[in-house]
Design a protein around this ligand. Structure first.
Ligand SMILES: Cc1ncc(COP(=O)(O)O)c(C=O)c1O
Length: 412
């Protein structure tokens, strides 16, 4: 018997997209790792902002502009509080990709040079790999990788060995892998990194939407995440940074709003966090993200984690019934976020996704923006099913039914 899904979340009705039908069938969405669906409250908040409170921010004295300021800065306060951060050190970006690039450009170009190393891991999304590769190439530094073991986990001993070489300036790693699902031991890693005199950057794209995140407890120097995976709109991401570092860093992008004063030949920067927010920011998107974190907080992030862990346990168990199906990443749901990547012997992952689609189920197939990891796993691609707060056991049953039916189509 598969494990019981021990969660009382039943929130599908809050997400209007689930009213849609595809060929008369319900939408079964198991691709929240790519982007989450949006609750009505988020959609309404953005529309209401545009309808009734729209003005540019930080430049108008009239009442409407002050409403827009209050909405934008209020959203920042909520987003910061959601992860135990402070508004001054919470920077809005376009997405987590931009958040990581901000650090790679602003901190990296000033602090990494010949003889230095940046350490990342084999499980990184390209967003947390390519910016470091480009930085190291440009600055003649070395880019090194922590290996992923056969369980899909990192080794703290290997981290210590790398740090002991004495040349590592920064370690960048995912909180939760978007392919393996592995939850990395962030606090244990950042403590070792700090003790070695290096900085840490954590990519929280897959973690913030599905588990309690407390920046103080995690101890990272930089922590980035992306709004659209956390029930919020696209076009907004977040970078939290340690204040002394952000104060010392030069801006990433320059232009309006991020300056204190400009002369013909000189300029001084605005205070944090505005120094890093050049140009008109994503105002309605920030408002939407503020409501998304309100929504998640009202559910309770412990509850969200229980829901996703228990659905993942159910998914691991049920996928195990499909002959020839191989799961990558840690075998226990306890060690994973809410996603499972897998291959099915004799069926290409893209065909697996198409077979799921025929059963009305949305899953993703491909390299998941992690080509080096695919090579380590010895596969070109995997299929990936990922859950959100709105999923239930029936969604996973539908996936398994579609895969079983698909095997018959392939004569397996
Ligand atoms: C672990 C991880 N990092 C980074 C990203 C990139 O997110 P975005 O495209 O919103 O910048 C993703 C998205 O797939 C991800 O899963």
């Amino acid at each position: 018997m598969p494990p019981v899904v021990e969660s009382s979340l039943a929130v599908k009705a809050d997400f209007p997209i689930f009213a849609r039908r595809f060929g008369g069938r319900e939408l079964i969405y198991l691709d929240s790792g790519a982007t989450s669906q949006k609750p009505q409250a988020v959609i309404d908040a953005q529309a209401e902002h545009l309808r009734s409170h729209n003005a540019n921010v930080h430049r108008g004295v009239y009442a409407l502009a002050q409403e827009a300021d209050a909405a934008y800065d209020g959203a920042r306060r909520k987003v910061a509080a959601f992860v135990g951060g402070r508004p001054q050190t919470t920077i809005f970006t376009k997405n987590v990709t931009e958040a990581i690039n901000l650090v790679a450009y602003s901190w990296g170009r000033a602090n990494v040079g010949p003889g230095d190393a940046v350490l990342i891991t084999q499980m990184e999304h390209h967003a947390n790999l390519v910016p470091w590769q480009v930085l190291c190439r440009e600055r003649s530094a070395e880019l090194r990788y922590l290996e992923v073991d056969e369980r899909g986990e990192l080794s703290l001993e290997a981290l210590e060995r790398e740090l002991a070489r004495g040349d590592v300036k920064l370690v960048a790693f995912a909180h939760v892998s978007n392919v393996l699902g592995t939850i990395n031991p962030v606090a244990e890693m950042t403590a070792r990194i700090r003790a070695a005199g290096a900085l840490s950057l954590v990519d929280g794209a897959q973690a913030v939407p599905q588990m309690p995140v407390d920046l103080q407890a995690l101890g990272a120097d930089f922590y980035g995440w992306t709004g659209h995976k956390a029930l919020g709109p696209t076009g907004i991401g977040v970078l939290h940074g340690r204040e002394e570092l952000l104060e010392r860093m030069e801006p990433f992008l320059t232009g309006g709003d991020m300056i204190a004063s400009v002369d013909l030949q000189s300029v001084s920067w605005n205070e944090l966090p505005y120094k890093f927010e050049a140009g008109t920011p994503p105002i309605a998107e920030a408002v939407g993200l503020g409501v998304a974190v309100d929504y998640l907080s009202a559910l309770g992030m412990e509850q969200v984690r229980t829901h996703e862990r228990s659905l993942t346990a159910y998914m691991l168990e049920r996928l195990g019934e499909v002959p020839g199906l191989r799961v990558v990443g840690p075998p226990e749901a306890e060690r994973r976020g809410g996603l499972v990547s897998f291959t099915v012997e004799g069926i290409h992952p893209h065909d697996v996704a198409e077979l799921a689609n025929r059963g009305g189920v949305c899953i993703r197939a491909g390299h998941h923006c992690a080509q080096p990891l695919m090579r380590c796993l010895g596969v070109g691609a995997t299929a990936r099913a990922s859950v959100g707060v709105y999923n239930d056991a029936a969604d996973i049953d539908a996936l398994v039914d579609a895969l079983q039916a698909g095997r018959e189509v392939f004569g397996l």
